[in-house]
Write a protein that binds this ligand. Structure first.
Ligand code: NAD
Ligand code: TDX
Length: 345
């Protein structure tokens, strides 16, 4: 079992990263967290509000800046009394498929070059490295096949985003095999919960309804996503970081398959809207049909179990969070909707 004392969390001001930092603050009180985040359109410093200042160091910076990342590890300041960083948990990424279709350049830079910079630092300083990835690297499944993704599924990414994540996974595997970097990878299904940007499917529909805009369904809404509470993803990451076998990949999911139209209908019903109060809009070019995760390896080998498997309850909690945090999302709403309008979404 690995007991980290001081972890470097990249992308800790984004959706999953911020939930993970809160999770660590609640569950692992002896661990210090340093966050590095570039605060792109997707990151907010305030996502980390409420965490004790003596438990958290926040660095506003870019993971592609090798000198900066190196200086965080060597801790150049003389008044630094913290234990040295012993692990990197790598969340930072450009994460949205639709953006990657408009302009892939920042995806290749952050997701590929950024991962390379971090792997080199991990190699030089012999740090434990956990890479956060996605089930999208495996491409998609047909709607009607019984198969799910496993750790043995072939890589077959569809979008510039998922291709850049696949590339980053391959770099991690190579740095483990060639240089012995003590790395693990987790490939998780679609997350939902607080702090998710309003560009993503579930928060977009909830905030549309709250803002008096009709929800927008791509195509006929038959595509299926395998939804997991971000809390369960966070507990899985901690399990793999501390007890995962070095060099291994673990799939993370909690049997949450739903079609997009079913999810939208659940949101409409729970928010008191008529079942047909939405618009059909352009489908995503090359959009994946279905994702589904078989998490048997994580459950049997490491004993992890999801706790928040009641999806209807999870949606209610998420709706309540967005209703109570208008100040958090309203500043992003108009620009996000305008960008979608130009894409016919
Ligand atoms: P997000 O877009 O909400 O957050 C990304 C964060 O990374 C932001 O805070 C942003 O400011 C930061 N960032 C971007 N470029 C950076 C750079 N060059 N240097 C430093 N920081 C930078 O993304 P998310 O949904 O929280 O996803 C986090 C990770 O989880 C990603 O690696 C993503 O591929 C993976 N993932 C996401 C999901 C999902 O459903 N959202 C599922 C599986 C895996
Ligand atoms: O308004 C919408 N209407 C709609 O029908 C939006 C924004 C999306 N959709 C559809 C497209 C997808 O079939 O909903 C589904 C989910 O879309 P996204 O929220 O964009 O997620 P997805 O493309 O599945 O990718 C997500 O899960 C895997 C994350 O954004 C990735 O970072 C993660 O790797």
């Amino acid at each position: 079992v690995f007991h980290p004392q001081h972890i470097l969390v990249t992308g800790g001001a984004g959706f999953i990263g911020a939930n993970f930092v809160h999770w660590v603050a609640r569950n692992e009180p002896s661990v210090h967290v340093t966050v590095i985040d570039a605060l792109t359109y997707a990151g907010k410093r305030e996502n980390l509000d409420g965490i004790d200042a003596d438990r958290l160091t926040f660095v506003h910076g870019d993971i592609c800046d090798a000198a900066l990342v190196e200086s965080l590890i060597t801790g150049s300041s003389p008044e630094n009394t913290l234990p040295p960083i012993d692990a990197i948990i790598h969340f930072a990424a450009e994460s949205h498929n639709d953006n990657s279709i408009l302009d892939a350049a920042p995806f290749l830079r952050t997701n590929i070059d950024g991962t390379y910079v971090l792997l080199e630092v991990a190699r030089r300083h012999n740090l434990r490295f956990h890479h956060i990835s996605t089930d999208e690297v495996y491409g998609d499944l047909a709607l009607d096949e019984p198969r799910k993704f496993t750790e043995l599924s072939p890589y077959k990414p569809s979008s510039p985003y998922s291709a850049s994540k696949a590339a980053s996974d391959h770099l991690v595997r190579a740095w483990h095999r060639t240089y012995g970097v003590r790395a693990t990878i987790s490939n998780c299904s679609n997350n939902y919960g607080p702090y998710q940007h309003v560009e993503k499917f579930i928060p977009r529909q909830i905030t549309n309804i709250l803002a008096g805009i009709r929800p927008k369904l791509y195509g006929q809404g038959l595509a299926v996503r395998d939804w997991i509470s971000v809390e369960d993803h966070c507990s899985a990451i901690w399990t793999i970081l501390t007890r995962g076998r070095i060099g291994e990949t673990y799939l993370v999911g909690s049997n949450g398959e739903h079609s997009n139209i079913d999810v939208l209908r659940m949101i409409l019903e729970r928010m008191g809207q008529p079942a047909d109060a939405f618009d059909h809009v352009n489908d995503r070019p090359g959009g994946d049909k279905r994702y589904a995760i078989d998490a048997t390896k994580l459950m049997t080998e490491l004993g992890w179990q999801p706790r928040y498997t009641d999806f209807a309850q999870g949606l209610d909690d998420t709706i309540a969070w967005y209703a109570a945090h208008r100040d958090w999302w309203e500043p992003d709403k108009n620009a996000t909707e305008e960008k979608y309008r130009l894409q016919g979404h």
